[in-house]
Design a binder for this molecule. Sequence first.
Ligand code: ADP
Length: 494
Amino acid sequence: MAPALSHSSLCVLFITPEVHPLNKTGGLGDVSAALPVALRELKVDVRLLIPGYPQVLSGLKHKRKIAEFTAQAPFPSSTLLSARLPSGGSASVPVFVLDCPTLYQREGGSYTDAAGHDWPDNALRFGLLSKIGAILASDASPLSWHPHIAHCNDWQSGLVPAYLHFYQGKKAASLMTIHNLAFQGVFPADTVVQLGLPAASFNINGAEYYGGMSFLKAGLYYSDHIATVSPSYAREIQTAPLGFGMQGLLATRREDISGIANGIDTLEWDPATDPALVRNYTASTLAAKAANKQALQQLFGLVVDPGIPLFGLISRLTHQKGCDLLLQVAAQLTEMPAQLAVLGSGEAVLQQQLLAMAKSHSGKIAVRIGFDERLSHLIEAGADSFLMPSRFEPCGLNQMYSQRYGTPPLVHATGGLIDTVVDCTSATLADGSASGFLFLDMTPAGLLGAIRRVTLAYNNKSVWRRLKKNGMAKDFSWRSSAAGYRKIYLSLLS
Ligand code: ADP
C-alpha cells in the first residue's frame, strides 16, 4: 500500500532514462521534461529519477549527495544526488540522479555505443535504475520524501513494478507508461535471477517473454495501472501486429489501461518567440512565415521559390517511421512541383539511401543526417507541410509542433496521429476542425495520393490559410494530459 495521502501533496517518483535537454533520443525525453512541470502546476509533487550519464552530471548545477547505496551483487555501489532541472528557475523540477560511474559514465549514447550497438550491460544498467527506483518508492528508502506513486516510463524502468510487487514492506502504487511498445528490453532468461527477482517470476504470468525475459513485459504484468501516450495506441496494442507479442497480456489488462495523448512544451515550441526562427510569427502575422521557408530552402540548397510546396521531415530514420516508403515515392515527388527537406539519423542503410536520393534530385530534395534541435525548429517553421508516414506512432510530437507552427502535417492514420490531426475534408473545413491530412494505405500509392491532396490544397489559398489557422488555434499544452495523469494517480490511491 502507498503511504496515506494526508497533509502532504500527492508525491510521484517519475523514473525515466532520458530527459530533455540533458539527454534525449526521442519523444520520451520531451515528455519527461514537460509533463512533470505541468503536474507540478497541478500541485503534484513530482520528482525525477534519471541515470547519471556524463551529460546529465555536467548539465546539472548544485548537485548534493543525499544517499549512498552499497554494492549488492550484481549491482555496483552507487550514489544518489539531488538537483533541479535546468529550466524553470526555483520552480524547476527536482531530480534525483543515480550516479554509478561504472554503468553510466561512458562516451556514447544513453542506450548504445558510438557505433549504435546496445551496451552489453544494459540489463545491469537499467536493472539498477529500476532497483533504486523501487527502493525510493518503498519504506526501505533512505530519504524522508516518500512517493505515493512510482511512475515508470518504458522498458528501462520496467522492473520497478516487479521489484515493488515482491517487496513485503510499505510501498508506492506503480504506473507503467508505454511510450513505444516496440522497445521491450529483452534479455536472456537467467537475467531474472541475476537481477534479484524470484525465479518464479520467469513465467508467462510474469517477466517471461518468448523464452527470454522482458523488462517491459514485467512492468506491464506487475504494475497497478498502464498508460499509453494516446487513446488510439491504447486500443491498437491490444491486438496484433501492434501488440508486438504482448497483445494477449494487454487485452487481459484492458480495464487497467488508459490512453492519454501527450502534450507539447508550448513555451519552447512557439513560433511567436522561437529564437531558432529567422522571423517570428503568429496566426495573425502568417506572412512572416515565408522568411523561414526562404532560409530553409537556402540552407538546404533547395531551389529558392516561395511558390513550390516544401515538405519537411524530422525523424529517427527507422522502418517504424516509414522512411523506406518515402524513398519509394521520391522520384514521383520530384516530378511534381514539390520539395523535400529531411533531418534525421538512424539506420545506416536508410541514411545512405536518403543521401543518395538527395544527390540524384539536388535542388528538390535535401537531406541532413544528424540530430540538430535548432534546425528542427526552423524546419517546422519553414516547411509548408510536415510528413509523418509512420507505420505506427504511439503519440508523435512533430505533428503537434507542425500544427502549432502553421505547417499542416501529412500523416499515416495510426496511433496518436489519428488522435491529434483532423483530416482535411469539406466537412472538417466547414466546421473549422481540419488541420492536416491522414492517409490509410501504408503503400507508395497511399502516400503519393496524400501528397497530391496536400499540393492541391496548397494551391487553394483560402483552404490553405484556414488549415494553418485551425492548427495554430489548437491547444496542445500539457494541461489536460497532466490532469489525466493526476486522475490516474488518485485512482491508484483509493
Ligand atoms: P519518437 O519518440 O518515436 O522518436 P516523437 O515524434 O514522439 O518520435 O518524438 C521525436 C522527437 O525527437 C521530436 O521532438 C523530434 O523533433 C525530435 N527529433 C527526432 N529526430 C531528430 C533529429 N534528427 N534532430 C532533431 N530533433 C529530432
